[in-house]
Design a protein around this ligand. Structure first.
Ligand code: ZN
Length: 118
């Protein structure tokens, strides 16, 4: 299920909610920018969390207004890059929101600009 190539380097299932639900919301702008990031860095992007159902987001303590619920956000790692290095390149690609955490980077395509450290 969802084993569908949706861009050069991403399959739909990579964006699926981690609760096992097969319904996925995915903003085309997020996919486009993640592929740009992938092309720029030349290394595989691991999506820890893409789309989240409202229930799952609540369960893991996500913000009620999370961009993940809208299919507009991804929490990513790109070994061996450090979160700060990933964020720097994400900055040049023009993501709306960029959050730097200890072990991953949150990127999203919200309309307003947001930057934070988790
Ligand atoms: Zn996130």
């Amino acid at each position: 299920m969802n084993n569908i190539q949706i861009s050069k380097n991403f399959k739909l299932r990579e964006f699926q909610c981690r609760d096992g639900n097969f319904q996925v919301r995915l903003d085309a702008r997020l996919l486009k920018k993640l592929q740009e990031l992938r092309d720029r860095i030349g290394r595989p992007i691991i999506i820890n969390s893409g789309y989240r159902t409202v229930e799952y987001n609540k369960k893991i303590g996500g913000s009620p207004n999370s961009q993940h619920i809208l299919g507009r956000a991804a929490d990513i790692v790109i070994p061996p890059l450090k979160p700060r290095e990933i964020a720097e390149i994400a900055e040049s690609i023009g993501f709306g929101g960029i959050g730097i955490y200890e072990n991953f980077v949150h990127v999203d395509v919200r309309d307003k600009r947001a930057r934070w450290k988790g």
